[in-house]
Structure formats: structure tokens, C-alpha cells
Write a protein that binds this ligand. Sequence first.
Ligand SMILES: Cc1cc2nc3c(=O)[nH]c(=O)nc-3n(C[C@H](O)[C@H](O)[C@H](O)COP(=O)(O)O)c2cc1C
Length: 318
Amino acid sequence: MELTEIYKKGEAELKTRDIGWLLDGVETEFVMSNNRRVLDQYTIKQRCIDGVVPATQCTVLGVELKTPVIMSSMTMPIPAIVDNGLMQVAEGLREAGSLIWTGTPIPQNLKDIVATGVPVAANAKPLKDRQKMFEAIDEIQSAGVNWIGIEIDSGQGTKVHDRQMAADCSPLSLNELKEIRERVSIPLIFKGVLSKEDAEKSLEAGADGIFISNHGAHTLDYLPHPFQVMDEIVGVAKREAVILVDGGFRRGSDAFKGLAFGARLVGLGRPILYGLAANGAEGVKDVIQEVSEEMKRFMSMTGSVDPEHVKRDLLIKG
Ligand SMILES: Cc1cc2nc3c(=O)[nH]c(=O)nc-3n(C[C@H](O)[C@H](O)[C@H](O)COP(=O)(O)O)c2cc1C
């Protein structure tokens, strides 16, 4: 199935379910429309003479991937989409040479997901009950995942339209982030960084990765798209930590732009749900492979030999 067809079929399918509202955004939904608007503000400079044969493989924080296009953290509503939803997502991503990133709730079958052989990252929320948060972090770590993500942006929980979810959270302090760092022996990524100040504090706390994200419009209204803040964050963080980005990325052109802005990895949220709803594990695999193939076409026609050589000056604003 082609990408357009997968997205159309998957979205239509999910919208008919009682979980369909989870695809929407917080309050006025400004973040949703702004994500697309900002992604569309950039065109791509073609440099095709002496075009290259690009490779999309990359090694990030010890994990080898066939593509820098990965899944963004989600658990809910995957088990409600198809039987064994998380396992199907894991299989689709493994076949595509990508990475699965689980969210809230922490999957009970996290160890089974790890056993499929797909690289795994798993998130923990800043639960008000810090004891429970630390237990969750220990639980994730003992499941054998590759990386742990901490949702630093969920301090006010999450929200879709007016519906508050995960309200049992509160913002983490720098000292608490340092405490988490001491406890975690595998790569640690802070998700939801949207300012230079939070990037600096993340580095101070010892983050291996900084995930620039507005949480796909599920936390606060009127957050910027990552591209609106990325240059200053990458400026302070790129040499010390791996940069990841997500928020509205749908096509290979979007993923290419994410790499050009300085991300090593680009995350897809809703597209993974569409792939799963449209065609199970195969649909998830197709989403990653087709976005990656599209991205490769741009790499070839811009002289970008690999994901790390997709440069910022290949983007034209306006
Ligand atoms: C249904 C749904 C559930 C999500 N659950 C989580 C979660 O548990 N933890 C988290 O950090 N982000 C979560 N997110 C946000 C995604 O990880 C990601 O940041 C966002 O979806 C990216 O935007 P996109 O959907 O436009 O690609 C969720 C997003 C959706 C749509």
C-alpha cells in the first residue's frame, strides 16, 4: 500500500473507533495546524550535479538502524487498534530496521517486545509520586530496553481537547533529573525540550539525548513547532547530546528537513497508528520504509551521502 493510501485508510479507520479522539490535539488545536504550517515553510535546495548514492543506515547511542526514521513514544491506544498491537508494531519496525518507543502506560509485555529483537526505547512520566516514578524507571531498565526516555514536558499531564489525562504528574527539577541520571545506566533521553534553557539543564543533568518535541499537541496549547526553536537548541546541545525531533512529520521531505535542522533521528507518532490500523505489522513497516525511501530521494538530489551529511543550508525558508 502507498503512503497516501495507508494514511487515509488508517486515519478513517481510527476515527470510527471510540479511541479516535486521541488523534486530536489539546484545547484550540493550534499546535496541530502550526506543525504542518511550519514544516511547509521550508523548501529544499536541489544540488543534483554529481548526485550521490546515499545510505540511510546510522548508529545512534549504540543502536544500529537502517533508517533515522523511528517511532515516537506511544502505548495508548495501540493495544486497542488490533490484537497484539504492540507486538505487531514491534515486528513492523524490526522489519523496517527502525526502533519502537513505548509511552504511557509502560507495556506489561515490554520484555516480550525486547525479545523480538527490535531496538526499544521506553518512556517514564514525571509522576507526582516520585517513588512510583523511580519504580517505573527501574522496571523499564530491568526489561532490557536500549534507552530510557523521561517526559520532562508532562509536568501538567497530557490533554486532548478539554479532556485531561495523566493528571498525576508534576514538573521535575534539575536535581531530580540528576537523581534519575544516577539511577539509569543506559542512554537517557529527555523528551519535550523546547528551549535553550531546558537544553542546557538537560545537558547539566547528563542527558545523552535531547528530544525536541511539542508532544504532538498533547500537552500545552500554543507550543511552537520544533523548527521554531531548533537552531538555538542544536547550537548549545549538538556536540554533547544526540538530537531527536518529532511533531507532524509525515513524508520523506519532512524527515529530510528534520535531519537538516540537526536531528539524528526523526520520530513519527500518528503515522505509526495509521499504518497499524490500515494493515497491521506490514502497514507499520511500509510507513517507515516509504518515508525513508522518499527521504533518500532528497538525499541523492542534494549531495547528502548519509543522514549526518544532510546540512542546514539545504533548507530555504519561504
Ligand atoms: C495517541 C497518542 C499517544 C501518545 N502517547 C505518548 C506517551 O505516552 N508519551 C509521550 O512522550 N508521547 C506520547 N505521544 C506523543 C508522541 O510521542 C509524539 O511526540 C507525537 O505524536 C509526534 O507528533 P505526530 O503524531 O504528529 O507525529 C502520544 C501521541 C499520540 C498521538
